[in-house]
Design a protein around this ligand. Structure first.
Ligand SMILES: [Zn+2]
Ligand SMILES: [Zn+2]
Length: 406
């Protein structure tokens, strides 16, 4: 199939409208708000204005522009869609059609010249630098990667009416809220300028910081990283390594303790019947990805320690056996757990007791396999830099593993 490859020429002319907006809004947000507070103080309505507008526009970008429209990770009602499109426009990050097209190119060509916010061009470029330049791509072919969105009349309506929507919901709405308290300028500064700058930079962090700092638990193939500290600032989008590996998943933070407000919002929509068909990656695939990363790291260590072909073959055999054993134990446990949950209500007391025992045994088997794997990984990670000593340690380690693990 002939895929369009959008080439971003290195020397693009400056887009003065974008540049002016990105420079003037922070100046007005900081200096203007400071001047206003100094002269007129601040009211609770202004604090509420910035907070509520921030939450509404951020969620429209993360749950709407990103996880719903760009990745189709769930389905939702028309009302929710309309909300995303209206308040998404108020984030002033382009129309949904352009945003989603850029974002799909980002995933498809990540870390390459065709990635619109390629991190390899520098953190500042990926953060906001890329917006300062005119889009020189073939505009007719640019939207080839969003045919589903182009068929959506609501999306096309927002694309056509983007500018009036920006004016109305970015600046006019917060001004009217301010007017309710008799302070329209306060409303404009807090809920308009300050809020739009906050939304901008927290969203931009995903393209810059989330490709620079953090862990890579699910894939080593690109620069995307998971960072727990970025998650609260970005409504959960900080778990970016997971997202790049499993982009169709409606979750970015997988565990209950990982901050993912966007996921919680989508769950809330689901419980209230406003969202459905939430896509989840099967647990077995997630474990497989993590084990692949572990194996790749061990391979790297072995290469650094100059391990011989023979020794490496032995290590690889152990790794493969360990990961197969762990994946099998995990798959049986997940299967048993699903059946337990599904059929529990139909069972007699005695069957429930038997299944409790069976499930406990499977869980214990999986936990034991996991502990063995982790033990093997931490032993491998203790290997030091290339030296004759580390090679000896590696050989000795393999003998220990052979007896202890399998
Ligand atoms: Zn990314
Ligand atoms: Zn994405």
């Amino acid at each position: 199939m002939d895929f369009y490859t959008p080439t971003q020429s290195e020397r693009r002319p400056i887009d003065w409208v974008n540049a002016a907006f990105l420079i003037v809004t922070p100046l007005v947000a900081v200096l203007g708000t400071a001047w206003y507070v100094r002269n007129y103080g601040v009211t609770w309505l202004e604090i509420a204005n910035v907070a509520v507008m921030f939450v509404l526009t951020s969620l429209s970008v993360t749950a709407g522009y990103h996880r719903f429209f760009s990745h189709r990770s769930y389905e939702c009602s028309k009302a929710v869609k309309l909300f995303y499109l209206v308040f998404g426009a108020a984030a002033v990050e382009n129309s949904l059609l352009s945003w989603a097209s850029d974002h799909r190119y980002h995933h498809r060509y990540v870390d390459s010249p065709e990635d619109p916010y390629n991190i390899l061009k520098g953190g500042l470029y990926a953060h906001m630098g890329w917006i300062f330049f005119k889009d020189t791509r073939d505009q007719d072919r640019r939207f080839e990667n969003v045919p589903d969105l182009m068929k959506d009349p609501l999306v096309m309506w927002q694309h056509r009416w983007y500018l009036p929507l920006v004016i109305g919901f970015t600046f006019l709405l917060p001004t009217l809220i301010g007017l309710m308290g008799g302070r329209p300028v306060g409303g404009l500064l807090w809920g308009g300028f300050l809020r739009v700058v906050l939304v901008h930079h927290t969203t931009f962090f995903i393209n810059s910081l989330a490709h620079l700092y953090g862990e890579k638990p699910y894939s080593l193939k690109d620069t995307a990283r998971d960072s727990w500290w970025l998650a609260p600032l970005t409504f959960g989008e900080g778990y970016h390594n997971f997202h790049h590996k499993f982009q169709a998943d409606y979750r970015n933070g997988l565990r209950w303790w990982q901050f993912d407000a966007t996921k919680w919002w989508i769950n809330l929509l689901n419980w209230t019947g406003q969202a459905w068909r939430l896509k989840r990656t099967p647990e077995t695939l997630i474990l497989k990805a993590r084990l692949e990363v572990d194996k790749e790291l061990v391979a790297l260590r072995a290469r650094q320690a100059n391990a011989s072909e023979r020794l490496w073959a032995r290590i690889q055999a152990r790794l493969d056996a360990g990961s197969v054993r762990l994946q099998e134990a995990h798959a049986s446990y997940v299967l048993a757990r699903a059946e337990y949950r599904h059929r529990y209500d139909d069972w007699t007391q005695e069957m429930r007791r038997q299944w409790d025992e069976k499930l406990d045994a499977q869980r214990a088997d999986y936990t034991a396999a996991l502990e063995r794997w982790q033990e093997m990984m931490s032993a491998m990670n203790r290997l030091s830099q290339p030296s004759a000593q580390s090679l000896l340690t590696l050989t000795a380690l393999m003998d220990v593993l052979k007896h202890r693990l399998f």
